[in-house]
Design a protein around this ligand. Structure first.
Ligand SMILES: Nc1ncnc2c1ncn2[C@@H]1O[C@H](COP(=O)(O)OP(=O)(O)O)[C@@H](O)[C@H]1O
Ligand SMILES: Cc1cn([C@H]2C[C@H](O)[C@@H](COP(=O)(O)OP(=O)(O)O)O2)c(=O)[nH]c1=O
Length: 561
C-alpha cells in the first residue's frame, strides 16, 4: 500500500511522515519510507534535487523544471517505490508527482493539457492508496520554517532557487493541492495542521493507516471548520489576533513569539514578557528596529541569553541610538561577529571606528556591513578583504562572491559593477539582491531581463523607487508576486492606490502592509475592513490589521495623506 504525504513547504510532511513510519513499525508492520529522515532513497533523485535547488540555474524554464521534478520522482518510483511495494506492507513517500504537477500548473501557470501527459507517462497508472494533504496557512508554514532556521543557525545550508518567485508561490501551490484533493476525495484526505499538536496528528494518521491496512473503511475526513465571522475593524482584528497568539502560548510558544515580532503596545509587551524566558532568541529577534522603553528594557534582560539576536535587533531607528552603542561596546569582545554585523549600512564616525577595530580579526562581517556605502573608506576595506582572499579572481568562488554581493548592496559605482560582473557567473541570485534601490541604466537592464525568473528579488529591489520603470515592473509582476506591494510601502500617489486596489484580493496582507502609515487614513481603514470581511481566514491579514489598530499605550497614528 502506497501512502503519500503532500503539502506546501514547511507544512509538516517530513516530520509527520517519519514519525508515522516509526509508529507503524512499532505496531508491527513492515514499512518502507522512501525518504527516511528527509533523504531520498535514490541517489539519482537526490542529485536531481540538488540540481533543481541550485540558484545558479536561475534560467530554468517552467517546462524544463516540470521535466526535472518529474524525473526526480520517476527515478525514485522505479528504483525504490515500485520494488518496495512488492516487499513491504506499507510504503511511505514524502512528495510524489503531484508536487511536480502542482508546481507546473498552479505555480508556473502551465496549462493542464501540457502537464497531465507528462505526469501520466511517469506514473504509468500507479495510484497511491491514500494521499495525506498536510494543509497549513502559508504564513504559519513560513513562520515554522523560519523559526527552525533561527534556532539552528548557519548549518551551512546552501542558498536555494526556491523562494525566487516570492512568498506568494506557496499560496498558489496550496490552492493547487486543494484542487487536486477536491477532484479525488476518495483518495485524498485533507489534514489541517494549524491548531493541532504534532503528537495528535501522528496518532490520527497512524490510526488511519492501520485501519486501512486492516481492510477497514477510511475514517471520515476531518470536516473543514466553518469560516469565522469576520472582524469588522482593525481594533477587532487586533483582539482576534491576540486570542490566536494566546492559544499558541502553551502548545507552540515559538509561533506565539514569532508573530509578536515588530508589534508595539502594552498588550504585546505583556505577552513578550511571558514568553521571554521560554523563547529568548525569538523574542529578542522580534525586537528588531523597536525603540520604545520596553524594547530597550527587554534587550537588557535578554542580552545574556540571546546576545546574537539582541545585537541583530539593532536595525532601522534602533541602530544609532546611545543604548545601541552601549550594547555593542559591552559585546565587542564576547560576540564580535554579531557586533560587526549590527553595523549594517551605518556611516557614522562611531561605526567606522568600530569597523577599524574589528576588521583585522573579523573581515567578513565587517565587509558585509558596508551595505549602501560607496565612499572611498568603504572601498579600502572591501579591497583589503578581497586581496586577502586572492584578489578579483576570488570572485569566481561562490562563497566569496556571496559575501562580496552582500557588501555592495545598494552601491552603484563602477567598482561595484566590476564585482557584479564576476559574481554573476557563480551567484546570479546574490547579484540581483544587490540592486536594492539602484536607479542606473545597468540596474534596470538587469532587472528587466530577469524579472520573469526571479521576480521576488527584482521586485524587492524596487523598494522606494517611484518612476515609470519601477511601476511598469510592479504592474507586470504584481499578480504573481506579492513583494511588488511591499516595494512601495507608504507611497500615496494615484498609481500606488490603483495597484493596491487591483491586487488587494490576491495579496490582502501585503496590501495592508504596503499602505504603511496610510493604513490609518479613512481610505486605508475602509480597505482594511473590506478585506477582513472577504478573507476571514487569512492569518497574515489579521496580523497586519492588528498592527494598524490603535493600541494601549500609544496614540493612533494619523497619516498625512
Ligand atoms: N503541528 C505542529 N506543531 C508544531 N510544529 C510543527 C507542526 N507541524 C510542523 N511543525 C514544524 O514545522 C517545521 C516544518 O516541518 P517539516 O516536516 O520540515 O515540513 P515539510 O517537510 O512539509 O517542509 C518543523 O520544524 C516541524 O517540527
Ligand atoms: C522552485 C520551487 C519549488 N518548490 C517546491 C516544489 C518542489 O518539489 C520542492 C523542491 O524543494 P526541495 O527542497 O528540493 O525538496 P523538498 O521540499 O522535498 O525537501 O519545493 C517551492 O515550494 N517553491 C519553489 O519556488
Amino acid at each position: 500500500m502506497l501512502i503519500v504525504f503532500e503539502g506546501i513547504d514547511g507544512s509538516g510532511k517530513t516530520t509527520l511522515s517519519n514519525r508515522v513510519a516509526r509508529e507503524l513499525r512499532q505496531a508491527g508492520l513492515r514499512v518502507r519510507h522512501v525518504r527516511e529522515d528527509g533523504k531520498l532513497a535514490s541517489p539519482v533523485s537526490e542529485g536531481l534535487r540538488l540540481f533543481t535547488k541550485n540558484p545558479l540555474h536561475l534560467a530554468l524554464t517552467p517546462m524544463a523544471e516540470l521535466l526535472l521534478y518529474s524525473a526526480r520522482e520517476t527515478q525514485l518510483l522505479e528504483e525504490v517505490t515500485r520494488p518496495a511495494l512488492a516487499e513491504y506492507e506499507v510504503v511511505i513517500a514524502d512528495r510524489f508527482l503531484y508536487t511536480a504537477e502542482v508546481l507546473a500548473r498552479w505555480g508556473r501557470g502551465l496549462p493542464e493539457h501540457a502537464v497531465r501527459p507528462v505526469v501520466d507517462a511517469c506514473t504509468r497508472g500507479l495510484r497511491p492508496e491514500r494521499v495525506f494533504l498536510i494543509d497549513v496557512d502559508p504564513a504559519i508554514a513560513r513562520a515554522r520554517r523560519r523559526i527552525s532556521k533561527l534556532l539552528a543557525p548557519d548549518t551551512g545550508v546552501p542558498s536555494s532557487r526556491k523562494g525566487l518567485a516570492g512568498a506568494g508561490m506557496q499560496t498558489r501551490l496550496r490552492a493547487g493541492y486543494r484542487a487536486l484533493a477536491a477532484e479525488s476525495p476518495e483518495q485524498w484526505t485533507l489534514i489541517e495542521n494549524t491548531d493541532v499538536t504534532l503528537e495528535a496528528l501522528v496518532t490520527q494518521l497512524t490510526q488511519e493507516v492501520l485501519r486501512m491496512v486492516r481492510g477497514g473503511e477510511p475514517g471520515t475526513p476531518s470536516s473543514t471548520p466553518r469560516a469565522p465571522t469576520p472582524p469588522r475593524s482593525a481594533d477587532e482584528a487586533r483582539a482576534r489576533f491576540l486570542e490566536r497568539v494566546d492559544r499558541w502560548m502553551e502548545e507552540e510558544p515559538g509561533l506565539a513569539a514569532w508573530f509578536l515580532s515588530g508589534l508595539e503596545g502594552a498588550d504585546i509587551d505583556e505577552r513578550r514578557e511571558r514568553l521571554a524566558t521560554r523563547c529568548p532568541e525569538l523574542i529578542a529577534h522580534g525586537l528588531s528596529g523597536l525603540t520604545d522603553a520596553s524594547a530597550w528594557d527587554l534587550r537588557a534582560r535578554l542580552e545574556q541569553a540571546a546576545p546574537v539576536q539582541v545585537l541583530g535587533s539593532l536595525k532601522a531607528l534602533a541602530a544609532e541610538s546611545p543604548q545601541a552603542w552601549a550594547l555593542r561596546e559591552r559585546w565587542e569582545q564576547r560576540a564580535p561577529e554579531a557586533v560587526a554585523a549590527s553595523l549594517d549600512g551605518l556611516g557614522s564616525e562611531q561605526a567606522w571606528a568600530m569597523r577599524e577595530r574589528l576588521h583585522g580579526r573579523f573581515p567578513e562581517p565587517v565587509v558585509t556591513s558596508l551595505t549602501r556605502l560607496g565612499d572611498a573608506r568603504a572601498w579600502v576595506l572591501r579591497e583589503r578583504w578581497l586581496s586577502q582572499r586572492g584578489g578579483q579572481a576570488a570572485l569566481d568562488q561562490e562563497k566569496v562572491a556571496r559575501i562580496a554581493c552582500r557588501s555592495i548592496r545598494g552601491v552603484d559605482d563602477a567598482p561595484a559593477w566590476d564585482w557584479r560582473e564576476r559574481a554573476w557567473e557563480v551567484a546570479p541570485d546574490a547579484v540581483l539582491r544587490t540592486l536594492e534601490g539602484l536607479d542606473s541604466e545597468r540596474a534596470w537592464a538587469l532587472r528587466e531581463q530577469h524579472a520573469g525568473r526571479a521576480s521576488r528579488l527584482v521586485l524587492e529591489s524596487l523598494r522606494g523607487l517611484n518612476n515609470p520603470r519601477a511601476w511598469a515592473l510592479r504592474e507586470s509582476f504584481g499578480v504573481s508576486c506579492e513583494e511588488a506591494l511591499e516595494s512601495f510601502e507608504g507611497m500615496d500617489g494615484a498609481t500606488a492606490w490603483r495597484l493596491r486596489q487591483a491586487l488587494a484580493d490576491t495579496w490582502p496582507a501585503a496590501t495592508v502592509k504596503s499602505m504603511g502609515p496610510l493604513a490609518s487614513s479613512a481610505r486605508g481603514q475602509e480597505l482594511i475592513s473590506r478585506l477582513l470581511t472577504d478573507h476571514p481566514r487569512d492569518f497574515a491579514l489579521l496580523r497586519q490589521a492588528a498592527r494598524v489598530a490603535a493600541h494601549p499605550g500609544q496614540e493612533r497614528r494619523h497619516a498625512t495623506a
